[in-house]
Design a protein around this ligand. Sequence first.
Ligand SMILES: NC(=O)c1ccc[n+]([C@@H]2O[C@H](COP(=O)([O-])OP(=O)(O)OC[C@H]3O[C@@H](n4cnc5c(N)ncnc54)[C@H](O)[C@@H]3O)[C@@H](O)[C@H]2O)c1
Length: 440
Amino acid sequence: MTDKKKVAEIAPAKGKLGVLLVGLGAVSTTFIAGVEAIKRGLAEPIGSLTQMSTIRLGKRTDNRSPLIKDFVPLASLEDIVFGAWDIFPDSAYDAAMTAGVLEKELLAQLKPQLQKIKPMKAVFDQHYVKRLNGTNVKEGKNNMELAEQLIAEIAEWKRKNKCARLVMVWAASTEIFMKTHAVHKTLKSFEQAMRDNHKAIAPSMVYAYAALKSGIPFANGAPNLTVDVPALLELALQNGVPVCGKDFKTGQTWMKTILAPGLKARMLGLNGWYSTNILGNRDGEVLDDPESFKTKEESKLSVLEYILQPEVYPSLYKDFSHVVRINYYPPRGDNKEGWDNIDIFGWLGYPMQIKIDFLCRDSILAAPLVLDLALFLDLAQRVGMKGIQEWLSFYFKSPMTAPNLYPEHDIFIQLMKLKNTLRHLRGEDLITHLGLEYYD
Ligand SMILES: NC(=O)c1ccc[n+]([C@@H]2O[C@H](COP(=O)([O-])OP(=O)(O)OC[C@H]3O[C@@H](n4cnc5c(N)ncnc54)[C@H](O)[C@@H]3O)[C@@H](O)[C@H]2O)c1
């Protein structure tokens, strides 16, 4: 018998879990429709760790590999209720039809449920998303007043929908590139900046503030700064709320964080990595604006540097060229095509090339991540975990970390970290893969 560690106390997942989505676009509607389809037995939750993945416990010879959802108490899909905000008033059904990700036949079967989900009025300012303009928008004299409207609206929504707990996920458009500003330093200066309508407070921050003030966990699916500022992290700790972000790791970057650790594992060098995409959905249109693209570009560029560690391996990875492009190309809709040309070198410096042509579906890849994040954040909240949830780095292109800590991008390390966190919560031995005991 191995010594069992202390088991964390986890409040049971009793009652309904409200998942509040900021943005009711392609990702959100594909997520909602998917959960509704799965609940009706029309589909399987493919791509979701919380629903499909097992977790090995103990020794390899123990044969203990329960499903994650049986190992930790997660909310069941039956208990999820959806709420959303958007600048367009379309219901989830109409928005899903516009997004064009899912087949009309499937949406028709889910129409009654999807039609009931009508977006609440958004906090929006076109300064932060240049390519969009909608009418379903809140009015208020400053950002603090808008946050107060959100807080009251959330409380009312929770009551009306008889939810026991809530989580919030940002799945709205990518805002313009912003850096941490002096007003983000403390909660006090942040709140003053909200009252002053300071430009350093983006709409996404108003939602995050309202969530944290209401004690609601917050995940950021886009690369915007949003909750990744000291003031809001201070609020998260103060109110005991877990947060995570940024930018769902779905297509090209997911691929990068699989391949780059492989190159490094074999000590193969890299001269350059050229990535380009064609994308025709609304996200592609928003990212066609240079200021929104800059936010995305920063997020996509950082992964290789961190994984390959050029400062540790200068002869292999110093000064490689890394280019990322996104081209808005309407005919493709949500069906993105991502090309990668990777110039590598091996023994005696001989060059080789790897080409990837990934014909993916953006929202099909993103939807299960939204589900997992909602369920894991709710779990974290019930365990009493607060602030940045680094164990959820697995889901993000730019994982949030403690100050002065570099993010872990290698997807295999991220997965190990996630599963070891779950083992830790349940007092199970962490898996180190040392395995000497099998040969004693
Ligand atoms: N699909 C993916 O693979 C993927 C991966 C990583 C990140 N993301 C990010 O997820 C987000 C959603 O992607 P999508 O494909 O669903 O985009 P989308 O354009 O279909 O949906 C975004 C929705 O957000 C709404 N919106 C914009 N600003 C808002 C605000 N302030 N308040 C409320 N609603 C607002 C828009 O009207 C739109 O309906 C984007 O930021 C995208 O960059 C997507």
